[in-house]
Design a protein around this ligand. Structure first.
Ligand SMILES: Nc1ncnc2c1ncn2[C@@H]1O[C@H](COP(=O)(O)OP(=O)(O)O)[C@@H](O)[C@H]1O
Ligand SMILES: [Mg+2]
Length: 295
């Protein structure tokens, strides 16, 4: 059984940021991103840990950063612990497979979402107004339908609370037209390439989210990419528009929580053992289907 890691206070480096899932350590012009086994849903972090989750997220991001480096440069330096600073030296077992040394970027505070299918907050908006992030879509679409073409639907990255969808124009007002257009084109190209790869493994990449940053004036892909935390991964074999899809991602936890007596405000409830185990299996299967290897 692999070691469960819920926090990484044992690392003797200054904390750059403690995210919901990742603990990020400061190394001057670099950062050490450590992916814990924490899980969050509806922006609330649970006290239960999901075995192997940190490794799946880290190694899947590593796979995709290699797979997409012809499209855009990314922040990854190494996931090999022998390349890590000596300060973490005595915690090789704890960190092996779950950490990435990256170039520190000045982050663009926009969640760059691409949607190829109708789900989540997109579906909600579509039902109300026939649009997703202000983009008009054909009438008569149902939950889970494939969109005529993938769309770029940015969101404002909220420091507290929930992210808020914005229009492309609002993004232009925040970061400029040129940067917005470049990021939109890169995001759509990334989605197209990764979507084909995922489909070969029997997974529909329904939507996904990127975070970009700037290093030396260049756009760099940062954070995590095409993980089950940042994307919707659906079973291709069981795909059936008209309702929710069977998935390999956090939707399983969200669906469970809808049946639990919880108002989605902290503290989060305890997750039952079978929900933890099923979540682990879904994350592992996503990894295996995409990479063709086991953790
Ligand atoms: N190369 C980078 N440079 C600076 N910040 C980064 C980089 N890559 C990721 N980050 C930031 O590190 C944090 C990762 O932790 P995470 O648990 O995902 O946080 P969140 O709760 O915001 O999702 C995010 O705030 C992300 O914006
Ligand atoms: Mg994150």
């Amino acid at each position: 059984m692999t070691k469960l890691i819920g926090d990484t206070k044992f690392i003797n480096l200054p904390l750059f940021k403690k995210g919901k899932v990742r603990d990020v350590y400061e190394l001057g012009d670099k950062l050490l991103l450590v992916v814990t086994d924490r899980i969050s849903a509806f922006d609330v972090v649970f006290s239960n840990l999901i075995p192997n989750k940190g490794k799946v997220l880290n190694k899947l991001s590593e796979f995709w950063f290699d797979f997409t480096r012809d499209i855009v440069p990314n922040h990854m330096i190494s996931t090999n612990i022998s390349d890590f600073p000596k300060e973490i030296g005595s915690f090789k077992e704890e960190l092996d497979g779950r950490a990435m040394l990256v170039k520190k970027a000045e982050m663009i505070e926009i969640e760059c979402v691409v949607r190829g299918y109708l789900a989540g907050s997109g579906l909600k908006e579509y039902k109300q107004s026939g649009t997703v992030c202000g983009i008009r879509l054909p009438e008569g679409l149902v939950e889970g339908d494939k969109l005529p073409e993938p769309i770029f639907t940015p969101a404002h990255k909220a420091h507290t609370g929930h992210d808020e969808n914005i229009s492309q124009e609002q993004m232009e007002n925040k970061v400029g037209k040129d940067l917005t257009e470049k990021i939109r084109d890169i995001s759509l190209t990334l989605y197209e390439k990764a979507g084909k790869r995922a489909e070969a493994g029997g997974i529909i990449l329904a939507d996904t989210k990127f975070e970009f940053g700037i290093i030396d004036g260049q756009i760099v892909l940062a954070d995590e990419i095409f993980t089950p935390d940042s994307s919707r991964f659906w079973h291709i074999d069981e795909y059936k528009p008209g309702g929710p899809q069977k998935s390999f991602d956090k939707q399983y936890i969200r669906d469970y929580l809808e049946t639990a007596d919880w108002d989605k405000n902290p503290p989060a409830p305890e997750l039952p053992e079978h929900v933890i185990r099923n979540t682990e299996l879904k994350y592992l299967e996503a990894y295996e289907r995409i990479t063709g290897t086991r953790i």
